[in-house]
Design a protein around this ligand. Structure first.
Ligand SMILES: [Fe+2]
Ligand SMILES: [Fe+2]
Length: 140
């Protein structure tokens, strides 16, 4: 069983609105791991829905901030967000069309992807925003 993910101090960007959204996604990564353990088909749909909701709200929030800050590497960062959306969509399609006895194999790919992508993205791409976010008022 893959170990549960928890919030790490080095994931903090020092900007509360984004930190809160990142922290709120950690339970979704863990929910994916639990779904896998329990072969919970209803929970699996819920995780896919939460991934889309996260992409919709968090990415648009982060991308609007990057625009506002004239962040020079915005294109590469947005591309990383698009890769997330593309992977989630492809895995959902595979999951929907897979026979029942193969669904959890597909879901395992999702759980692994969420774990690796999310932590990696926050620690790398998102962390590069830190010096730029410093110029914002706390609740901008
Ligand atoms: Fe990001
Ligand atoms: Fe982010």
């Amino acid at each position: 069983m893959t170990e549960k993910v928890s919030w790490r101090a080095q994931m903090a960007l020092g900007y509360a609105p984004l930190d809160e959204e990142h922290e709120a996604f950690i339970p979704v990564v863990n929910e994916a791991l639990e779904v896998l353990e329990k072969k919970d088909f209803v929970g699996a749909e819920d995780v896919f829905d939460k991934c889309y909701a996260f992409a919709r709200t968090h990415f648009s929030h982060e991308e609007a901030l990057m625009e506002k800050l004239d962040y020079p590497d915005i294109m590469a960062h947005m591309k990383s967000h698009q890769i997330f959306i593309k992977n989630i969509s492809e895995l959902r399609q595979l999951y929907e069309f897979a026979p029942e006895d193969e669904k959890m194999e597909v879901f395992e790919q999702l759980a692994n992807f969420l774990n690796v992508w999310f932590i990696g993205h926050v620690l790398s791409r998102d962390s590069l925003l830190k010096p730029f976010l410093k110029s914002l008022p706390p609740e901008a």
